[in-house]
Write a protein that binds this ligand. Sequence first.
Ligand code: SF4
Ligand code: MG
Length: 336
Amino acid sequence: KEKLLDVRNLTISFHTYAGEVAAIRNVDFHLYKGEVIAIVGESGSGKSVSTQAILGLTPIPPGEIKSGEIYFKCEDLLKYDERAMSKICGSRISMIFQDPMTSLNPTMTVGTQIREVLHQHTNLSRRASKERAIELMKLVGIPDPETRIHQYPHQFSGGMRQRVMIAIAMANRPEILIADEPTTALDVTIQSQIFRLIKELRTQFGTAIILITHDLGVVAGTADRVVVMYAGKVMEEGATDQIYYNPRHPYTAGLLKSVPSLANHEDQKLRTIDGVPPFLLNIPPGCPFVDRCDYALRICKEQEPPYYYYGANSRVFCWLYHEQVAEQLQRFKEIE
Ligand code: SF4
Ligand code: MG
């Protein structure tokens, strides 16, 4: 399989009055051609920061990329200047955000906004771009596009506005679409319609997709692979089925217990994970999850675990998977 995107060892800090805050530390993940991955984590886990860097956006407050590489088809995007990046953004890699109202211009018709991105990256005639805009609106399931192309964002419902954003993001047939909490502001029925649309785009155009979400529940039918983040680090990565049915990391297991459908299914009480993530200004040595973990060992407080690998796309960041620990746990179970 060809790696379309390969993020390696990415570390990004914020500079604040209180000092330097590590937003993400040594983050690695990759995306194969035509694949859908989900990056899952609570707010502040670094999932947005990790992907914004792909588009050359450094986070606010002033962020700094301390180390890492972001390979897009073998070229390191972090070495690109602004001009080179602007050619890639919106054409080969594009992004949709949680709240389309803040990304759409309220004073311009939807049609003008779709055509603007077309003109930025192609030299279509005015007539051709109008036709293409109508085609795109049809593609994303906006009814009566010939009329609606002349309307303004406030004349669209939340779900329809998100469809407009997707039309804009897909305008130049990107190879990668990054969707950052694309349905958080929408109700459940509309959410699943948007996910269905995203999946269709992948099937129809082979667009690779990075779906960013705090909700493991929405990932099941959409993503091929899941990357779980916590406190600026990748905790676990694996095929979606493995993450759902055989989560390795205690944090992933905790997240799953807070997914209503799954919790009911296993006849478990819906619960949330106790405690709060560590304040990133003062990351303690050891595992960042240690204060919330029911399985913590003594070493967890002292030393960060390494990654334990179960294949190229499957790993866990937890001491429980150290050979000796795993053996002892097994023996302990047998005694019980
Ligand atoms: Fe829990 Fe230790 Fe694993 Fe961290 S390394 S998740 S504290 S068992
Ligand atoms: Mg975010």
